[in-house]
Design a protein around this ligand. Structure first.
Ligand code: FAD
Length: 444
């Protein structure tokens, strides 16, 4: 008999997981509180953009979707770091041309996934349905239809909570049980601001880059869009958003070149809400064979490593693998999924917190830049043997904890080498590479 799985939440995790589950032969119903994004007009569906990297790409490729998605992305080949005195030096993301990120509108990603899940995989989507209660023993959910206020109850063989950082499925699944919950709000929040295309339709600034205006007490990050605009995110200590009555004055003083790029700054600053940033670590991720969590619902991270969505998409691949390894036993599959995945998402949480400090304080530090350059140089000279942490996290699918362990080993070598030793190490590597090249030429 076909087993039925109810997925709550049609974000990146819920929509992708629905494709995987349908492929494994489950009947899948997805319940989402928001309206169908495909039916909203341009204004109603104003969308944030997200940096897609190797882990997310691998997961989307797995369900055959990257071919449709590539044309909807803009390549980000590195960071443009805007300096207070003017100028925006470019730091490539990786040691090789393919090591880049891709900016995609959340709306484009979700609608592509929903279309695919419906048409190719036979998934049923129920938009405008908000979960208000969960019966974990019965794998049943109570939902309110947002338009009519009517309540319905639906049950299946299992419920998957893909309902984001403030997951109601998580709260109700863990209610009355011994459960760990670490929730941390960052004392900084964010507001979205636009860098529109110029009047002639061209981009006002280099398009194929992630733009960063670093600063200890204010930080801006901007991702490019396909229409030559960029979506900027201003990060500030939360209380400062209210204190600032004249954002243009702040920008004039701190980010003068950004002010030139943002003609709607004052209006958008007044109108756009302040977003809050939360990190969640929790356990357990499942209740027997009846309920499991995925994506932000079980591990929300601060956005500074650009890995929240990518790790949520990667979760789907891991859970799918566990379902394949434990056919017919959802409880064993859910337990294996948590065992395999949680140590790595815990490490991602740490890395995302550290990267906030890097973006805010260190990006302009000469020492930090020298260290980054040395890392990239060694990666070029020792391909496959020296891999910077950022490269492992963003451009490979090396599990997060393994990436961190390897980076620590590399750091220890660099520290032991010291500055003079590093120069000798690099010189030695260069000499070795030249020798190998000479031998290869002779051998030919
Ligand atoms: P969500 O995207 O939160 O989706 C959850 C879904 O569940 C939503 O559609 C919601 O409406 C629905 N829902 C919630 N409650 C209910 C309910 N009771 N009933 C029914 N439905 C419900 N990640 C990256 O990888 N790269 C980036 O560049 C990046 N940039 C970011 C920038 C910012 C400013 C922020 C805040 C986050 C960023 N992230 C980024 C993180 C990324 O957005 C999240 O990690 C990702 O969206 C998680 O996906 P999800 O499907 O688990 O949860």
């Amino acid at each position: 008999m076909t087993r039925r799985i109810l997925v709550v939440g049609a974000g990146p995790a819920g929509t992708l997981l629905s494709c995987y589950l349908a492929r494994r032969g489950f009947q899948v119903d997805v319940y989402e509180r928001r309206p169908d994004p495909r039916l909203l007009d341009e204004d109603e569906s104003r969308s944030i953009n997200l940096g897609l990297s190797a882990r997310g790409i691998r997961a989307l490729e797995d369900v055959g979707l990257m071919g449709t998605l590539w044309p909807l992305t803009v390549a980000m080949r590195g960071r443009a770091i805007h300096l207070p005195g003017g100028g925006a030096p470019f730091q490539p993301y990786g040691a090789h041309d393919g090591e880049i990120l891709h900016s995609v509108l959340r709306r484009d990603l979700i609608t592509t996934l929903v279309d695919h899940a419906e048409a190719q995989a036979g998934v049923s989507f129920h938009f405008g349905h908000r979960l208000v209660d969960l019966d974990r023993e019965a794998a049943a959910v109570r939902l309110v239809q947002e338009e009519t206020g009517a309540e319905i109850t639906v049950s299946g063989d299992a419920v998957i909570g893909a309902d984001g950082a403030f997951s109601q499925v998580r709260t109700r699944m863990q209610h009355g049980l011994t459960a760990d919950n670490h929730q941390e709000f960052l004392e900084w929040g964010y507001k979205e601001l636009t860098i529109p295309a110029a009047d002639d339709g061209s981009a006002r600034t280099r398009l194929e880059a992630l733009h960063v205006w670093p600063g200890e007490d204010a930080l801006i990050v901007a991702h490019p869009n396909r229409d030559n605009s960029l979506t900027g995110t201003l990060f500030l200590p939360v209380e400062r958003f209210d204190e600032i009555t004249d954002p243009e004055a702040l920008f004039e003083e701190r980010f003068p070149d950004a002010l030139e790029l943002m003609p709607y700054l004052a209006k958008e600053y007044a109108e756009h809400p302040v977003g809050h940033l939360v990190s969640i670590r929790t356990s357990h991720w499942h209740y027997r064979d009846r309920v499991a969590l995925i994506g932000d619902a079980c591990h929300a991270v601060y956005p500074f490593y650009g890995q929240g969505m990518n790790s949520a998409l990667e979760d789907c691949t891991v859970l799918d693998r566990c379902l394949g390894e434990h056919p017919g036993d959802l409880g064993a599959a859910f337990a294996a999924y948590q065992r395999l995945r949680k140590p790595h998402t815990d490490v991602l949480d740490e890395l995302s917190k550290q990267n906030f400090v890097e973006l805010r304080d260190r990006l302009r530090s000469p020492l930090h830049l020298a260290r980054k350059k040395a890392d990239l140089l060694l990666a070029r000279l020792l391909p496959g043997r020296w891999v910077p942490l950022y490269t492992m996290v963003s451009h490979t699918t090396t599990p997060y904890a393994d990436a961190l362990a390897r980076a620590r080993r590399q750091d220890a070598i660099l520290r032991r080498a010291g500055a003079g030793g590093l120069a000798a190490l690099v010189a030695g590597v260069v000499a070795g590479a030249a020798l190998r090249a000479r031998r290869n030429r002779k051998g030919r």
